[in-house]
Design a protein around this ligand. Sequence first.
Ligand SMILES: CCC[C@H]1O[C@@H](n2cnc3c(N)ncnc32)[C@H](O)[C@@H]1O
Length: 483
Amino acid sequence: MDLQNKKLSEEQFFKIREEILTHWPTGKDVDLTEAVEYLKKVPDEKNFAKKLRKAKEEGVTLAQPRAGVALISEHIKLLNYLEEEGGADLLPSTIDSYTRQNRYNECQVGIDESIKAGRSLLNGFPAVNHGVKGCREVYESIKNPIQARHGTPDARLLSEIITASGWTSNEGGGISYNIPYAKSVSMERTIRDWQYCDRLTGWYQEQGIELNREPFGPLTGTLVPPSISNTVAILEALLAAEQGVKNITVGYGQCGNIIQDVAAIRALEEQTEEYLKRFGYNDVFVTTVFHQWMGGFPADEAKAFGVISLGAATAAMAGATKVIVKTPHEALGIPTMEANAQGIRDTKMTLNMLRGQRMPMSKELEMEIRIIKAETKCMLDSVYEVGKGDFARGTVEAFKLGIVDIPFAPSKYNAGKMMPARDNQGAVRYLMPGNLPFTQDLIDFNKEKLMERGRFENRDVTFQMTVDDIFAVGKGNLIGRPE
Ligand SMILES: CCC[C@H]1O[C@@H](n2cnc3c(N)ncnc32)[C@H](O)[C@@H]1O
């Protein structure tokens, strides 16, 4: 394996770049020199990295929806509505599934059919097909900073196009956009491809353009224990920093026990900064993003707003820099423009009411932070060891060995030996640690927490608890109690 956690030289970067730009005709319109001049004109209030800096300094949590439709004019109308009627502080473009699989031919069919049908027949914005011209039209028609949100194992051409278009943030990473999103794309392949995407950000940074990168925090969004998602976020932050990225937002998907969720954000920010500094990356600006509940939602819209408000409140109490907003249509599918705006207004109302408030330290919060950091340390140090000091190689080996293991992942490169379940307060614990390199006291801690639930529910601690927990929120509860 010649994969290395080493900054690509300009020669390596530009050599790879020649080939990538041929993957679709719009690639030829990306001119880095011209793009630098274009990006220099992006005002601070439309620069994603700078708006995050300001929010962290002011102690404010920003609200960002997900949104994407097939046609440029409709997409602009949607984004304008979300910032004007919804109050969105930051804008997405959620990229469609064909683009995420580099199936640009099918995107073109989707665009043509959407024009004929008069409605979006793609589940997101096909940025590669629209090219720099189309993506700049979007950027120039909105007031807030815009970010590409997707799930793309090979995002190299997409990253080139959106960045040249004034979109000053890009979500994803070699782990977080592989394991939850692909079945048979090797970890080595996606880490290498995302080194390119990070090196592109690093190249612009070296031209004086500050851009933000955001590893995808929630992963499979299904009972992912905080230390698993924190470990992945920190690994991707380290890999990005090596390629010259200087502004990183690490993320976490709400689990539902409010103390554990606040602890997850606090541990994530502290441990990301700790590991970046330990490995010599002293000038990376770290922010956090809290994703509102990523699991199954209740179909009833009033109940859905309850879930959205709890997510907003937790993000505020944790002091997250940003919260990703869900909508009352989550159980149904792609939300209407109006429903999407309602989710943002609900979130902003909650954030406004909690502005300045934070969850105070307590012995419970301190314990959850300590547990999450200890579990995360076990995994990160083991990745470093099996990688013989190289986090890229270590990540590839770690997934082979199940040292890092993401629950309910489609990827055949994920061990799938670890299983989570909620404890009696709804915190997500390790039911089966699989091959995770935890100390005995951490294994015992998780087991005892689950035994406590078993005693309360008068049933054995088994995978049935996991299954019950997966359906619980959709049915109106956090914990899947026996019926
Ligand atoms: C990992 C992200 C999953 C979430 O991403 C939402 N999502 C996906 N595509 C769109 C879209 N085109 N517009 C608005 N939301 C969208 C889903 O609902 C889900 O919550």
